[in-house]
Design a protein around this ligand. Structure first.
Ligand SMILES: [Zn+2]
Length: 175
């Protein structure tokens, strides 16, 4: 998908540069918590489909840590829409969201349990810690069952799974 030239204002440029950072603050928080739960992991796992931010191949779990703005956390106050170049931004965000959906499905299809942690969830470390402990418990419980996922039908497209997302509504409004 091709996009028109980047928007020029400074705030926007800085935001876009922020997207390129690898070890974001939310990722560091999540790693710290996962370490405390005693689960081993690797980061930015290139040899796994979808390249999850944290994963354990043997235990077959994968985590994505998503910034609320770029990855469009639904209903989150951080997922604002810039006032200028709205159409451009909406296309860009839609591409991000469908890329995320594809990546998530790829790793699920490889038989992994997948969890998305949102940036705003890392602000309450105690709540996130409880959430992750619970999730790892479920992972372990499921680990004793026959592996599932490889035979799943291909993912429905991101669009059909999110028929009425705020992004879609915003797009409908500006057209
Ligand atoms: Zn959020």
């Amino acid at each position: 998908m091709r996009f028109p030239p980047r928007p020029k204002d400074e705030a926007t440029r800085q935001r876009m540069q922020g997207q390129a950072r690898t070890d974001t603050q939310p990722e560091l928080v999540v790693r710290g918590i996962v370490r405390e739960t005693g689960n081993a992991y690797r980061t930015h796992v290139r040899d796994l489909p979808g390249r999850p931010d944290l994963a354990n191949k043997k235990r077959r779990w994968a985590l994505f840590v998503h910034g609320c703005y770029w990855h469009r956390h639904e209903g989150c106050p951080r997922a604002t829409l810039p006032k200028h170049n709205r159409g451009w931004w909406i296309s860009k965000f839609e591409a991000n969201v469908s890329r995320d959906a594809r990546k998530e499905q790829m790793i699920r299809n490889a038989g992994f349990r997948v969890l998305v942690v949102w940036e705003c969830e890392t602000l309450d470390e105690r709540a996130l810690s409880r959430h992750l402990e619970e999730w790892f418990r479920e992972c372990r419980a499921e680990g004793s069952l026959p592996r599932q996922g490889r035979t799943l039908a291909p993912a429905a497209s991101a669009a059909s799974r999110q028929p009425d997302s705020p992004l879609r509504r915003a797009r409908a409004r500006i057209r």
